[in-house]
Design a protein around this ligand. Structure first.
Ligand code: NI
Length: 168
């Protein structure tokens, strides 16, 4: 396994739209293992392949406190969303140190393939529902800060660019 490099906002590659995985192979499973290791090491609760510059529809999530409940979503599709929009403070491994409130539907139903290529559907609510929506956004080239006001977005971009210059 290997720890992969996570793209940092505002990197244009974060806005690429991922392609569906046509066949789940050993290479897919190797990527998933590396993505999980990268997520746990960060540490984070979700990671989309887009964030490691692989533009395939793959997401890993683990919202458990014990870090032993890895969920894999290949070609995830939101079948439906339900409930009121709920505010949740979000952060992102590609936008380090920035947290802000995003409103999203409370419940989701998602269909995806697991790492063996089998189809499953899952109904989720709470943190897991937030996380699933956040990660599917990544696959569509969308970063959570794009839900914020344009003023906030430009402040965040300026802050992260400055930080990047300081670490070079
Ligand atoms: Ni993210």
């Amino acid at each position: 396994m290997a720890i992969l490099k996570i793209l940092q906002y505002p990197d244009a590659r974060l806005h690429r739209v991922a392609k569906p995985v046509s066949e789940v192979t050993d290479a897919t499973r190797k990527l998933i293992a590396d993505m999980a290791e990268t997520m746990y090491a960060a540490p984070g609760i979700g990671l989309a392949a887009t964030q490691v510059d692989v533009h395939q529809c793959i997401v890993v999530i683990d919202t458990s406190e014990t870090h032993d409940d890895l969920r894999v979503f290949i070609n995830p599709e939101l079948l439906s969303t339900e409930g009121d929009l709920k505010e949740h403070e979000e952060g992102c491994l590609s936008v380090p140190g920035i947290y802000d409130t995003v409103r999203r539907p409370e419940q989701v139903k998602v269909r995806a393939l697991n790492e063996r290529g089998e189809s499953f559907t899952l109904e989720a609510e709470g943190l897991l529902a937030v996380c699933i929506q956040h990660e599917i956004d990544h696959l569509q080239g969308k970063v959570f800060v794009e839900y914020l006001s344009s003023l906030k977005q430009s402040r965040i971009r300026a802050k992260l660019k400055k930080r990047l210059r300081e670490t070079l």
